[in-house]
Design a binder for this molecule. Structure first.
Ligand code: 9MR
Length: 357
């Protein structure tokens, strides 16, 4: 027994030494990973390429980090902002009829001060609802007026400042059925047009979007969204755009598939946009993963470039320091074009190259 253990230990020691001699040290490899070389400004490149904007989401707690705001406030880098959380229902109407816009205004004001477009996010979503909505008991007439009041007041507050609104966010399940939230349960799919009509009345100039994930490739969810667009258009319900969130995984993404979906929706007479782009990986990042991520970012921008109706691209924050990914997917991250120290990653070059191709 003792002899066996000793020889096992010797074997393990031998394998470790052998592995160390052929495998790169992980920590050293990460440090040696190449960063970006481009010194371009992404919004400037997007405009020169005929797009309306390159933009980013940002969140209020981040705005106290001066190294962060120094880059965020660069209107040549970012020509559009989305509030990550502060225009959502729980933030803006926490109690029925009591509206608070100070946090949302802080982000709207950064956009205004720097000449950036603003995308409103969002009016109606099953998530981040105050409990008076999510657990409320409503008749159809009552919930209709709750939606009309919320969307009307929210969109109306930012009237004249907003390029577009995600009026309805993530209405579908993966199988293409509507999510069973309070809105669908009480109103059926009519909640979509109730929200869109209220938003149009509140700000006739804002582009009205439905925003969704996992419609970037063919499947039941994309088909359901396409059918919804067709039925809303046929009924003359105001709808101007479809947002493709684009929360991708390194190496598991097809640019041609995305381009096909963008074109398919554009053919229905709506504009399209990449609204929440990030490309996550299993940590730690390696040069190979960062190189694949660069390719993936490049493919997303290329898909948008190849579809005229694709108006712009928004990343879901721009630095890994403030990415939502690690908090949601344990062990994953490094999803943004800048690292957690605000240093540009190869993905930055992937974006810049696609805009200039
Ligand atoms: O990034 C947002 C995160 O801070 C919030 O905790 C989360 C709560 O649901 O929402 C995140 O943003 C989501 C966006 O509003 C809609 N699409 C998916 C985004 C990532 O979860």
């Amino acid at each position: 027994m003792l002899r066996l253990s000793a020889s096992l230990a010797a074997l393990v020691a031998f394998i470790s030494v052998a592995a160390a001699s052929v495998l790169p040290n992980t920590a050293a490899a990460t440090v040696a990973a190449p960063g970006a070389t481009s010194t371009a400004k992404l919004h400037t490149l997007a405009k020169a390429a005929g797009k309306l904007y390159f933009g980013t989401a940002t969140d209020n707690p981040e705005l106290t980090t001066t190294a962060y705001t120094a880059i965020l406030n660069d209107g040549a880098m970012f020509g559009q902002l989305t509030a990550t959380n502060s225009m959502k229902w729980d933030a803006t109407e926490p109690e029925q009829g009591v509206f608070t816009f100070s946090a949302g205004d802080q982000i709207a004001n950064i956009a205004k001060a720097n000449g950036m477009l603003l995308r409103g996010h969002n009016c109606v979503w099953h998530n981040q609802l105050p409990s008076w909505v999510s657990s409320g008991t409503f008749t159809a007439a009552q919930l209709t007026s709750v939606i009309q009041n919320h969307c009307g007041t929210l969109v109306g507050h930012y009237k004249g400042q907003t390029y577009a609104w995600d009026v309805v966010n993530e209405p579908f399940n993966e199988d293409g059925t509507f999510g069973a939230d309070v809105f669908f349960n009480v109103l059926g799919e009519s909640f979509v047009q109730i929200a869109l009509k209220a938003a149009r009345a509140a700000d006739p100039a804002a582009k009205l979007y439905i925003n969704e994930f996992n419609i970037e490739f063919a499947g039941p969810k994309a088909t359901a969204m396409l059918n919804l667009v067709k039925s809303l258009k046929a009924a003359n319900v105001p709808l101007d755009g479809i947002g493709f969130q684009s929360h991708f995984i390194v190496g598991e993404f097809s640019g041609p598939a995305l381009q096909t979906q963008l074109s398919t929706f554009a053919a229905q007479g709506v504009e399209v946009a990449i609204t929440e782009l990030d490309v996550r990986m299993t940590l730690p990042s390696t040069p190979a993963l960062l190189a694949q991520q660069k390719t993936d970012y490049n493919s997303v921008i290329t898909a948008c470039m190849n579809v005229k109706a694709c108006v712009g691209v928004t990343t879901w924050d721009w630095t890994d320091k403030f990415s939502w990914v690690p908090g949601t997917f344990a062990g994953q991250g490094a999803a943004d074009p800048w690292d957690e120290n605000f240093v540009k990653k190869p993905a930055f070059d992937g974006i810049a190259t696609a805009f200039t191709a």
